[in-house]
Write a protein that binds this ligand. Structure first.
Ligand code: AMP
Length: 296
């Protein structure tokens, strides 16, 4: 089953207590697509600037990602810089967000894109997320969205509209609390459900993740990696594992199917944190993923 991912492809600058990396390949849709490509064919829609290296386009191609909706336009690629600190680098501070070509991103779906069965609206402006969904003649089987502090702070009311129309929303603990103004996971999860989605997934870092729906709530533990090198993209890779697994099942979104999907999501997230950029994620195969699933 085909998956369409729309979001950012970026150059990230990352500081951790011991290391610093400048302008490395990142972006919500880049991490997602590489993770999801372990399971299904993914079409990636994103925009980059003229500074985007051919080697990075090649890497996406080598991961069997369809780039028919991947555009290069005049200007600089979207850039994000962040700093990590605390135990296992669990705390993050955004240093700078430079939208650059992202402010001109206006994705127009082709006939093929509109036939996608699964849609991932990765972290990007909620207005763009809404405009992508509007272009479908008939709604995809499943619409999953992500967001981040930048959009919660700057585009709150459009974000609420987007949350109202998605099937699944994925957010981390801080984002869930920021959107709902609640102070604990349970209240934030329930309030997010009231905003419209059928399923709310809150990622709690090394504490794992919790799923909320009207029928059930459950948690899945995190997979402990020997060393966290760079947490960037863990959430997007988590989403890639989740949708990748779901896109291969025929079932409805029962509790059991979701539990299994959450395991795959957790494992894809665990690979993402073991290197800078998409380095480790791009290397792994389904056998290595399954090995970790058995140890979760
Ligand atoms: P995650 O660690 O999964 O939350 O995702 C981090 C990725 O999201 C980085 O590679 C960034 O390039 C990208 N990113 C950061 N800020 C934004 C934003 N405001 N909109 C879209 N993507 C972003």
């Amino acid at each position: 089953m085909s998956v369409l991912a729309v979001g950012t492809v970026a150059y990230d600058t990352i500081s951790t207590p011991n290391k610093f990396q400048k302008n490395i390949l990142g972006g919500s849709a880049a991490f997602f697509s590489i993770a999801c490509s372990k399971f299904s064919k993914v079409s990636l829609m994103a925009v980059v600037g003229e500074d985007f290296y051919q080697k990075d386009t090649n890497l996406l191609e080598q991961n069997n990602i369809d780039l028919s909706g991947f555009e290069t336009i005049q200007g600089e690629t979207f850039k994000w810089s962040g700093e990590y600190f605390g135990k296992n680098l669990k705390d993050r501070k955004t240093i700078k967000t430079q939208l650059n070509v992202l402010s001109k991103f206006n994705p127009i779906l082709s006939k093929k894109h509109k036939k996608s069965n699964y849609l991932f609206l990765a972290n990007m402006s909620p207005e763009t997320q809404l405009s992508v969904l509007k272009q479908f003649d008939s709604r995809p089987n499943l619409v999953v969205m992500d967001t981040m502090n930048f959009w919660i702070e700057n585009n709150y009311y459009s974000l609420l509209k987007m949350i109202n129309t998605t099937d699944v929303i994925l957010v981390d603990t801080g984002e869930a609390m920021q959107i709902t103004s609640e102070k604990n996971i349970k209240d934030a999860g329930e309030k997010l459900l009231q905003l419209g989605p059928s399923i709310v997934i809150i990622k709690e870092g090394e504490l794992g993740s919790t799923v909320f729906s009207k029928e059930f709530t459950f948690s899945v533990p995190a997979f402990k990696v020997p060393e966290v090198i760079d947490p960037t993209g863990a959430g997007d890779s988590f989403a890639g594992g989740l949708l990748g697994y779901l896109s291969q099942t025929k079932s409805t979104y029962s509790q059991n199917t979701l539990k299994e999907a959450l395991k795959y999501a957790t494992i894809l997230g665990s690979f993402a944190v073991e290197s800078f950029s998409v380095n480790q994620l791009a290397k792994i195969n389904l056998n290595e993923i399954k090995l970790r699933i058995n140890n979760l």
